[in-house]
Design a binder for this molecule. Structure first.
Ligand code: CMC
Length: 428
């Protein structure tokens, strides 16, 4: 018999199976615990709860390791392209040349969005945050393909996956165009994925826009680095919504909403705002860290991670890339020096050392986005663009998993016990 854990509660002993993953991670399977004992487990924030078995992404937070389908993130960032990585994340294997060409063609085929969606932008206030607009419009795609939304029909799913990956850059770029009052620029199918986003954001009918190859490469690499990160808040949202057999667009719309928060993907925007504030106030890294430590409501944004108790490997790649990108496009920014100084002070400060807080993916990404002209409120939109294949891969994996059930955690009720209703006139 395989290994079991024994749980002793009063007179009773319960045997719980122990599962082991391919990298030696171990878990106690408590799925039958309530049926056996009447007990549930309580784990706020799910910090110690595995919600599924997954073969997509491996993270070792202690050692700072991240791999998609077994491939180290550093190698993918250096050698792969975003669409190739998307194929890998979605299908489990790197594509052959023919498979990649077909995938790229399928994605390219669907870049246009229905003109009805185009009109929907007008319903939003100009100052609407693009994450709100993108979330709403991704959800609205379900209104266009009502007869092809069955999450259990492989043909429907195949089509919607391609539509979603293809149309997202158009939806995102147009959210930006709408916010600045510029005419929408249609996708160009002769361009690569990253180039096309930049084209749709920065070209206009009055001028051509040449995409700088270093900028396109930087965006492509940023998208690769964000492509998946196992069971984070937005991916868990994607799975949870999908677990009710909601369609792909509804699930992705909810995941985008989850990503928006400043404790998750919204941190890249928050980091630039923090660095800008430090520059404006002329604070040293030490002074800002003291402020963080003195004020329980201030955090060093872009630092700390639920899983990484070491340097986030994505942040390492980005830190190395930042100066290269700035040099390639002939830009400089005081924010990079401020960030590097903050990092240096934090990594030798007791508070951060004791809590094992290191730079995460959001610490340097915003500096690159800002240098290449991406507006601050679009940073998290780029995170969503990168994360989409990961969200979809998890959604597909969940539907293919015979053990998957509707996501429905339990609770320990702590409210009032039963009491009789009081008439309004008798309430003091
Ligand atoms: N600055 C200062 N203190 C921090 C920070 C920070 N950035 N992060 C954690 N701490 C402290 C926290 O106050 C707590 O201290 P104590 O034990 O004294 O109460 C301890 O470290 C543990 O923090 P936690 O909030 O229990 O950790 P968590 O795993 O629940 O939260 C986190 C993880 C990422 C939400 C958190 O580290 C944080 O808020 N970081 C800043 C926001 C950020 O950069 N988010 C991006 C995350 S990476 C990309 C992504 O997921 O989207």
């Amino acid at each position: 018999m395989s290994e079991v854990a024994k749980l002793v509660v009063g007179e009773n002993t319960y045997e719980l199976p122990i599962l082991e993953g391919s990298e030696g991670e171990r878990a106690i399977d408590i799925s039958k615990l309530r049926a056996q004992s009447g007990l549930i487990t309580l784990d706020p924030g799910f910090a110690n709860t595995g919600s599924c078995q997954s073969s997509i992404t491996f993270i070792n937070g202690e050692e700072g390791i991240l791999r998609y389908r077994g491939y180290p993130i550093e190698e993918l960032a250096e050698k792969s392209s975003f669409l190739e990585t998307s194929y890998l994340v979605l299908n489990g294997e790197l594509p052959t040349a023919a498979e990649l060409a077909r995938f790229e063609e399928e994605i390219t085929l669907h870049t246009l969005i229905h003109e009805d969606v185009r009109h929907m932008y007008q319903a939003f206030p100009l100052k609407a945050h693009p994450m709100a607009v993108v979330s709403a419009l991704v959800g609205s795609l379900a209104t266009l393909y009502q007869d092809e939304l069955d999450p259990l029909n492989p043909e429907h799913v195949q089509l919607q996956v391609r539509r979603l990956i293809a149309k997202l850059p158009t939806i995102c770029a147009w959210a930006y165009k709408y916010s600045v009052g510029h005419p929408f620029v249609y996708p160009r199918n002769d361009l690569g994925y990253a180039e096309n986003i930049l084209h749709m954001m920065f070209a206009n009918p009055a001028e051509t826009y040449e995409v700088h190859p270093a900028v396109a490469k930087a965006i492509d690499t940023l998208l690769i680095l964000h492509a998946d990160h196992e069971q984070n808040c937005s991916t868990s949202t994607m799975r949870l919504v999908g677990s009710s057999h909601s369609n792909l667009f509804a699930s992705a719309s909810a995941a985008i909403g989850a990503l928006w928060g400043p404790l998750h993907g919204g941190a890249n925007q928050a980091v630039i705002e923090m660095l800008t504030e430090i520059a404006a106030e002329g604070l040293s890294g030490r002074e800002y860290l003291d402020r963080v430590k003195d004020d329980p409501n201030t955090r060093l944004m872009g630092f700390g991670h639920r899983v990484y108790k070491n340097y986030d490997p994505r942040a390492k790649v980005l830190k190395g890339m930042t100066r290269e990108v700035l040099e390639a496009i002939g830009q400089s920014t005081p924010l990079l020096d401020i960030a590097m100084q903050l990092e240096e002070v934090a990594l030798s400060d007791d508070y951060f050392v004791k809590r094992r807080l290191y730079p995460n993916v959001d610490f340097y990404s915003g500096i690159i986005y800002q240098a290449i002209g991406i507006p601050v409120n679009m940073f998290t939109v780029f995170f969503a663009l990168g994360r989409m294949p990961g969200w979809i891969a998890h959604w597909l994996e969940m539907h293919a998993d015979p053990a998957a059930r509707i996501g429905r955690p339990r609770q320990i009720y702590t409210g009032a016990t039963q009491r009789p209703y009081q008439d309004l006139s008798s309430r003091g």
